[in-house]
Write a protein that binds this ligand. Structure first.
Ligand code: ATP
Ligand code: MG
Ligand code: FE
Length: 333
């Protein structure tokens, strides 16, 4: 079974070809137009998707050495995301399905982040837990099967990616700051500065307090020493990153203990963070849990994760018809 998948939920235009569960290509076009605005500008994202989508799909097919005639189904990201961005991919996929008379598969972007863990070996066995940490979401997902996923914990305010990006902005780093915090943290002391950790019941998360705590801390220190940030950049980044990772893994650990599930995964853009990857591995070693970490190209937005999800939906007979529409928000079903 060969699937062509399109991802266009935010600011990456991506296409992937998947054959019998193996990803043959995963081509991603990053949009650079947003950098100077300090965040994704929705209108510019839609326009860039329009420019990118044909060459991106062409490249994915070529890299996979696959012709359109060999494709058995067209998959696309239906929700959630920026509506203008989602519309470009969804309308394109629907048009292709109609023109080529092929079945259509609609994919939930956050479920696809989770199922990115099914791309590479060794794969987690069901049921598994996934900590999904991205630019817009922070969730603990219980995956009973590829088509039975349940959110058992999530953030009540900012996402982990926002926590990285917003604190990075306070530190004076350009958008998106997450990867830069990761980079500088490598040289720093994670125990040098202490920041507030939220006391949230159950498996939910909160990050707005951390942002405030970093803001007040920096204001106070800069008042005493205007060069404070420059002089302590690595330690600040390492300490902020350490706090975020601690908040995240405390809850994942709790979920593992409460459910008794021993296969733990991470997903989403923040799972590219080197500190989080190392800390998860260490947690697994300490408790004897199997941990799974997708390679970088499957952490941030990519069509490979849409393709693998679509492959499992194909096997389950979960097809969409041409009346399906993109949606900025989505029921988790
Ligand atoms: P969503 O999937 O919730 O709709 P999104 O698709 O925009 O959001 P992703 O592309 O999965 O999110 O992730 C982007 C986020 O990941 C950004 O906040 C970015 O700063 C963060 N990020 C990427 N790499 C790293 C890293 N190495 N360390 C920390 N954060 C990172
Ligand atoms: Mg993105
Ligand atoms: Fe995403």
């Amino acid at each position: 079974i060969t699937i062509l998948a399109i991802e266009s939920s935010c600011d990456e235009t991506s296409a992937s070809v998947c054959k019998d569960g193996a990803i043959l290509s995963n081509f991603i076009a990053n949009q650079t137009v947003h950098e100077k605005y300090g965040g994704v500008v929705p209108e510019l994202a839609s326009r860039a998707h329009m420019q990118n989508i044909v060459p991106v799909i062409d490249t994915a097919l070529k890299e996979a050495n696959t012709s359109l005639a060999e494709v058995d189904a067209i998959a696309f990201t239906q929700a959630p995301g920026l509506i203008g961005s989602l519309l470009v991919g969804s309308q394109f996929a629907k048009s292709m399905a109609l023109a080529l008379n092929k079945p259509l598969i609609a994919v939930h972007h956050m479920q696809a982040h989770v199922l990115a863990n099914l791309i590479e070996d060794p794969k987690p066995s069901f049921p598994f837990l996934c900590l999904t940490v991205s630019g817009g979401h922070t969730q603990i997902v219980l995956a009973r099967s590829a088509t039975d996923l349940e959110v058992i914990g999530e953030t009540i305010d900012d996402a982990a990616g926002e926590a990285f990006d917003k604190t990075a902005k306070l530190i004076g780093l350009p958008y998106p700051g997450g990867p830069l915090v990761d980079k500088y943290a490598k040289e720093g002391n994670p125990h040098r500065f202490k920041f507030a950790e939220p006391q949230i019941e159950g498996l939910n998360f909160s990050f707005s307090g951390l942002k405030t705590s970093v803001l007040y801390f920096l204001q106070k220190e800069i008042k005493a020493n205007p060069a404070f940030v420059e002089e302590n950049l690595a330690d600040i980044c390492a300490s902020v990153q350490y706090t975020i990772i601690n908040i995240l893994l405390k809850k994942l650990k709790r979920a593992a203990i409460e459910t008794g599930i021993q296969d733990l995964c991470i997903a989403g853009g923040v799972s590219a963070n080197s500190g989080l990857r190392t800390a998860l591995k260490e947690l697994g070693e300490k408790y004897g849990w199997r941990t799974h970490i997708p390679s970088f190209q499957y952490c941030t937005d990519n069509a490979g994760m849409i393709a693998i999800t679509a492959y499992h939906k194909y096997l389950a007979g979960a097809f969409a018809d041409l009346s399906v529409t993109a949606s900025a928000r989505a029921e988790w079903s």
